[in-house]
Design a binder for this molecule. Structure first.
Ligand SMILES: Cc1ncc(COP(=O)(O)O)c(C=O)c1O
Length: 479
């Protein structure tokens, strides 16, 4: 390898900068922020495509920025378009162009957001935004938190604070955690990371509406206490992934209070409803939480990698996460100007919040509220449409923006109907009608839609249901 003089490096950087400037001018040409309904929801990669992409993976000779952008377009062309109006699976991530731009600019500034000195301006915005979000869900002014990469890490961060605040060190092996059988798997995963074993986790059955059965929760807590165990944490759901259920947060908070436990709420999906115009009362129970996990990259329309951990009392995060090194002695800071690495897992962290700030400044909170309300409207329209078509059973009604349903003609065996609904899902994608995955509801296969995309109109949704119906009737005859 030849030696590389500083002047060569400067020349290379200048050349790259000029090319990047050219590329930015062409942005509208290669960015695909606008998903029209006819674009492919999913483009699979064949063997030949993958072989070509494998060749691109490792560095060989240098290329121009334009050439590499071309390669990138090729690589990204094989993907699921999660912002497509007909992508209705999982909890879609529908990043607004404002979020995308805020994210891209944040990346360009590349600030070190773990410490106050990395950027007092962005740190101030993060603290103020956290305070604003906490106020939206009714937490007191003692509340605090920080932006993290996603719901999984938000849950992990909050539950670390719960463990450290409530459980005495000697009680760790006796500590018991409670959550419903509808809880996202990232919760038990986080508990594993925190050092708890399966036999310390209680999966409480849910009721007919898929909410945690609070009477059963209470029974389990009392039974464990009688065994000399230490119940310390209840995880409630504010919007389950499967059916959009919201646990009875007020009743759960009362129980938590009575037994000196911590109530954490997984609001990765549903907490955003606190910003809704019409539906915020549905999530009023969030005000009782000791901590909340909230994904901005779901129903706040942000690019991936943007979530929030909130705690009722910010000192609980500081108690769990404060540690430092000699090399950081010059950047020690007080409570007013905190180093946010002391609130969470990461030291080096990007300014994840700036894209949300950018979106809120550009769009305004009222527009975001209307975009959230739209998700409710489309889910209700889907349910209403299904109700007037033959052979469809609503297996869980529209809640938040989620509905589950199953095609099951009279006389058809349940196992055959399971198979049929799988076929409907596969065919709908093959025909580019919609991406709608199946799930299990009450032990049977259902189709599940989540309608948070503001680009999915009611008319589009009704058309999708009609198209699903046509596939279902045809496939039922062929089965
Ligand atoms: C209710 C719920 N909790 C947690 C998660 C995990 O969040 P993330 O994928 O952002 O880590 C999700 C979705 O993925 C979710 O729907």
């Amino acid at each position: 390898m030849g030696s590389y003089a500083p002047e060569d490096y400067t020349k290379t950087l200048e050349s790259i900068s000029a090319q990047v400037r050219d590329a930015i001018r062409q942005l509208p040409h290669f960015s695909d922020l606008n998903h029209d309904e006819t674009s492919p929801i999913f483009r699979p990669a064949g063997e030949e495509d993958l072989a070509r992409i494998r060749e691109l993976a490792v560095p060989t000779q240098t290329r121009t920025v334009e050439e590499v952008i071309g390669e990138m377009n090729d690589i990204y062309s094989f993907r699921t378009r999660v912002g497509h109006p007909r992508f209705l699976t999982a909890v879609p991530s529908v990043a607004t162009p404002a979020s995308w731009l805020g994210d891209a600019l944040t990346s360009a500034f590349n600030t070190f957001s773990g410490v106050w000195r990395g950027g007092p301006g962005i740190a101030t915005i993060e603290l103020e935004l956290i305070a604003w979000l906490a106020a939206q869900i009714g937490l007191p002014s003692s509340a605090g938190g920080l932006f993290v990469s996603g719901g999984s890490v938000a849950n992990l961060t909050a539950m670390t604070a719960a463990r450290d605040h409530i459980l005495k060190q000697d009680d760790r092996s006796k500590g018991i955690i409670y959550f419903s059988d509808q809880t996202h798997f990232c919760v038990p995963k986080a508990l594993r990371i925190l050092g708890f074993f399966e036999n310390q986790m209680r999966k409480i059955p849910s009721d007919k509406t898929f909410c945690m059965d609070v009477a059963k929760l209470e029974e389990a807590i009392i039974a464990d206490k009688n065994q000399g165990l230490v119940p310390f944490l209840i995880v409630a759901n504010c919007g389950t992934t499967n059916t959009g259920a919201i646990d009875h947060m007020d009743e759960i908070a009362d129980l938590a209070h009575e037994h000196n436990m911590w109530m954490h709420v997984d609001g990765a999906y549903g907490a955003s409803v606190a910003l809704s115009g019409q539906y915020r009362s549905l999530v009023a129970g969030l005000r009782r939480a000791d901590s909340v996990a909230w994904d901005a990259h779901k129903w706040l329309f942000q690019t991936f990698g943007c979530a929030i951990t909130l705690v009722r009392d910010r000192k609980h995060l500081a108690e769990s996460f404060t540690l430092s090194g000699d090399f950081l002695q010059d950047i020690a800071s007080g409570e007013d100007q905190p180093n946010l690495f002391n609130y969470g897992i990461e030291l080096t962290r990007p300014a994840r919040h700036m894209r949300l700030w950018f979106s809120l400044r550009v769009l305004g909170a009222d527009t975001i509220a209307q975009m959230i309300d739209h998700g409710f409207l489309v889910a209700a329209a889907a349910e209403a449409k299904l109700a007037i078509l033959q052979h469809w059973k609503i297996t869980s009604p529209a809640r938040l923006s989620t509905v589950t349903f199953r095609f099951c003609p009279e006389g058809m065996e349940e196992n055959a109907a399971d198979q049929l609904n799988g076929i409907i899902s596969t065919d709908a994608l093959q025909q580019n009608i919609a991406m709608i995955h199946t799930t299990q509801v009450n032990g049977r296969t259902s189709l599940r839609i989540c309608t948070i995309n503001p680009l999915t109109t009611v008319a589009c949704m009704e058309q999708i249901i009609e198209q699903l119906h046509a596939i279902a009737c045809k496939s039922a005859l062929e089965l």
